[in-house]
Design a protein around this ligand. Structure first.
Ligand code: SF4
Length: 214
């Protein structure tokens, strides 16, 4: 019985994945970047901040500090000056400098490509690490931000609140090659349709698959 329930859930997750793939065919990270280092910096800056705001400050930041070595040598004040339009800019400036110093000292100035190494970097949690793994290195990962968390719960794909447990639930329901695109599309759907306060269930392509549909 339990196994049958799990199989049903997997089938529904697959149907949701296919529906979202039709609605959002393109899987492209919306943060401006040209290499894994820039993606890492932009993703750290995107915490509690819109991608649009991050994209406004990163061209100047990357022009001034194009490499981990340059960023590691910058003073937090210099970094703050460029990113001050972003929330938590002081803490983010400190994280960026510390992270760049770690890249230089421990990784020969390269961004590492494993979850264990990435999450040891300053300012990098599992969500950021999964963005880097999925988009910079093609290593599958489920990115659980506030939208992915809300949608996973509303769609009945998890009962958990803790992002790392939600990540694990989605990983067991989907095939590895679906992890990055699925979470990407879940986030887009959360931004465009399944809003936190007023989900647009009437126009939602998941309406018939969603236990929370109104
Ligand atoms: S049907 Fe409503 S609650 Fe369910 S995913 Fe769509 S918008 Fe969200």
């Amino acid at each position: 019985m339990k196994k049958a329930g799990r199989e049903q859930k997997k089938k529904r997750a697959l149907a949701i994945s296919e529906r979202l793939a039709d609605a959002y065919p393109e899987v492209k990270v919306p943060l401006y970047h040209r290499n894994p280092f820039e993606l890492l910096v932009a993703t750290i800056l995107s915490a509690q901040c819109t991608d649009e705001m991050v994209n406004r400050v990163t061209p100047e930041l990357f022009r001034r500090f194009a490499t981990p070595e340059a960023l590691a040598a910058a003073s937090p004040k210099e970094i703050e000056k460029i990113i001050r339009r972003l929330g938590l800019f002081r803490a983010k400036a400190r994280s960026l400098k510390r992270c760049a110093m770690q890249l230089v000292k421990e990784h020969h100035g390269e961004v590492p490509a494993t979850m264990a190494e990435l999450t040891r970097l300053a300012g990098v949690g599992r969500k950021t690490a999964n963005v880097i793994l999925g988009y910079a290195f093609g290593v599958p990962g489920v990115v659980v931000d506030t939208h992915a968390k809300r949608l996973s719960q509303r769609l009945g794909l998890t009962r958990h609140k803790d992002p790392s447990k939600i990540e694990r639930d989605l990983m067991t329901l989907l095939l590895p090659e679906q992890w990055t695109p699925f979470s990407h599309r879940l986030i887009l759907h959360g931004r465009r349709v399944c809003h936190a306060r007023k989900p647009k269930c009437q126009i939602c392509v998941l309406n018939d698959l969603c236990p929370s549909a109104k």
